[in-house]
Design a protein around this ligand. Structure first.
Ligand code: UTP
Length: 289
């Protein structure tokens, strides 16, 4: 079955990137000339997703403004004959059917996903974490949707990460099915190193069967006193098995200061307006180390 609906949880507090994220949601931090969340919406659209629910909270209204028309700006650009930027702005406002719902208390990613129950209805759906930008030739979530269609099981986007990240993310029990595709039979959120299954972790993308909502409803609060999506996904993995896809793009963690810097440098080195100048600048700068 084709996945048409996606949710983007963007209601976290972003404490790791304070004070930048005090008044500006971390999902709106720019990568060169677009906010992080726009890359994520564009990835979903490229994968054929038509309806997107963004989970927000207080202070995240600028996300709604960003995907809306800016009547004054558009009128001014029209008057000045800046047709290129005018169409860029209009395209941003027309990317997809975007809906919003508030998570009134920040009770964890699992709780944020639960807010999407009515929007999702009875279908499987995609989840794109609002602070994980993945840049690549093909949309990462499209690679996961393809695996969902092939195997008919919930899918997670995975990569191997070093020990210092496994303990901050999660660890998956896996066996290889084919190149880039693994079977996932168990998982643990933020494990102590001696409890890890492997160095494979979930990074920012999944396609989930609807049953996840019933599971989330009965999942107790987990690590950090939050409702953890991983704890609920574990039940799916143990009961039916899940599929792990080693997506091909590069993932940038926009909830982390170094992730923001890496994203800006690497995207800046490819952007037609900044590539040449940035390359020269970095070469000169490196000579001074
Ligand atoms: P994080 O764990 O990175 O969120 O969640 P956080 O709470 O913002 O991070 P720190 O630790 O305080 O810096 C991953 C994604 O899930 C969303 C976040 O907005 C982020 O995009 N999220 C997290 C929610 O929507 N609601 C929550 O209750 C928690």
């Amino acid at each position: 079955m084709k996945i048409k609906k996606a949710i983007i949880p963007a209601a976290g507090l972003g404490t790791r990137v304070l004070p930048a994220s005090k008044a500006l949601p971390k999902e709106m931090l720019p990568i060169v000339d677009k906010p992080a969340i726009q890359y994520i919406v564009e990835e979903a659209v490229k994968a054929g997703i038509t309806d997107i629910l963004i989970i927000t909270n207080r202070g995240k209204g600028v996300i709604e403004d960003h995907f809306d028309h800016s009547v004054e700006l558009e009128a001014m650009l029209e008057k000045r004959g800046n047709t290129e930027m005018l169409s860029t702005l209009k395209n941003t406002a027309n990317l997809a059917n975007i809906y919003y719902i508030r998570q009134k208390e920040t009770r964890g990613l699992g709780d944020a996903v639960l807010k999407a129950r009515e929007f999702v209805g009875n279908d499987p759906f995609a989840v794109l974490y609002g602070d994980d930008v993945i840049i690549g030739e093909v949309p990462a979530i499209g690679e996961l949707c393809d695996a969902y269609e092939k195997y008919g099981k919930s899918v997670v986007g995975i990569k191997e990460v070093p020990d210092e990240l496994v303990v901050k993310y999660c660890s998956l029990k896996v066996s290889r099915l084919e190149d880039k595709i693994l079977s996932v039979s168990d998982m643990i959120e933020k494990p102590a190193l001696e409890n890890k299954f492997s160095n494979f972790s979930i990074l920012g993308r999944c396609v989930l069967d609807n049953e996840i909502f019933d599971i989330l409803e009965r999942t107790p609060l987990g690590v950090g006193g939050e409702l953890q999506l991983t704890d609920a996904m574990r039940e799916l993995a143990v009961k039916y098995g899940m599929i792990g896809v080693e997506f091909s793009g590069t993932r940038y963690d926009m909830g982390n200061k170094f992730g923001i810097l890496k994203a800006n440098i690497e995207v800046g080195l490819k952007h037609p307006e900044t590539a040449g100048e940035l390359k020269e600048y970095l070469k000169e700068l490196c000579k001074t180390f």
